[in-house]
Design a protein around this ligand. Structure first.
Ligand SMILES: [Zn+2]
Ligand SMILES: [Zn+2]
Length: 247
């Protein structure tokens, strides 16, 4: 069976805790390359880990916070000015992605959203519900509870016969269980170790439901200082920037 590799190019929270880069996860299978989230530091991630931006086929965004989608203006400008991209760039994310991307381009680089590019930018706005095909993946979304001015999506992705569930940022809600359970890999937010906090998931929110979630492998990411202080004593796996696994 074909392999699906997952490389954490950024495993941090929004605030650089632990010196980690923001959310950016590279999925590779059968010659395809997709970024799962594209935080503001994503281009630094790509440069640091030797990933050619033009090798990225598509970028899948969980929600419209800067540490998850803020790298898009930089990626698009790099594609235009440095990487000289010519093939289409596929983007997918929550409802409102196209408008927020245009706003982000204009805030960061005024005029940049209106410049004619040598490549097409194709935006697909996902809704919770049935799975759909996108960029060689099967993608299914469910809506989490995380205020970001647009729906925050938890995602389930299938490629090369393997499944990945990704919480994105969200408070734990039981409605997410069907989407997140039984995946070959569950990538879960662990913003705090156990402290309940509005709009975010703690490590213990997931560990106490591990039996029901029943992942083939569980990796925590998006860790604050509080969570990072518990990594040594944790009976579980945590992401590091640059870490790669194969499913
Ligand atoms: Zn967020
Ligand atoms: Zn975040």
């Amino acid at each position: 069976m074909a392999e699906l590799t997952v490389r954490f190019l950024g495993s941090g929270d929004a605030f650089g805790h632990g010196g980690r880069l923001q959310a950016c996860i590279l999925l590779q299978w059968q010659g395809q390359r997709v970024l799962l989230d594209c935080g503001a530091s994503a281009l630094i991630s790509l440069q640091r880990y030797g990933v050619e931006p033009n090798s990225i086929d598509g970028i899948l965004i969980s929600h419209l916070h800067g540490d998850h989608f803020g790298g898009l203006p930089f990626f698009i400008l790099d594609a235009q000015l440095h990487s000289k991209r010519t093939r289409p760039l596929l983007l997918a994310g929550p409802q409102g992605l196209a408008a927020r991307l245009e706003q982000a381009m204009e805030v960061n680089f005024p005029g940049s959203s209106q410049v004619e590019r040598k490549f097409a930018t194709q935006v697909t706005e996902l809704t919770a519900g049935p799975a759909q095909e996108w960029c060689g993946l099967t993608v299914k979304a469910a809506e989490g509870v995380h205020a970001s001015g647009a729906p925050a999506l938890a995602l389930r992705i299938e490629a090369a016969g393997k499944s990945i569930a990704y919480t994105g940022d969200t408070q734990w809600v039981d409605e997410l269980m069907p989407l997140l359970s039984g995946a070959d890999l569950l990538i879960a937010e662990a913003y705090f170790y156990e402290r309940p906090i509005k709009f975010h998931m703690s490590c213990m929110d997931v560990l106490t439901r591990r039996g029901a979630l029943n992942p083939g492998r569980l990796i925590f990411t998006h860790m604050s200082q509080d969570m990072l202080a518990h990594v040594g004593e944790l009976n579980g796996e945590t992401a590091d920037d640059g870490m790669e696994i194969t499913l």
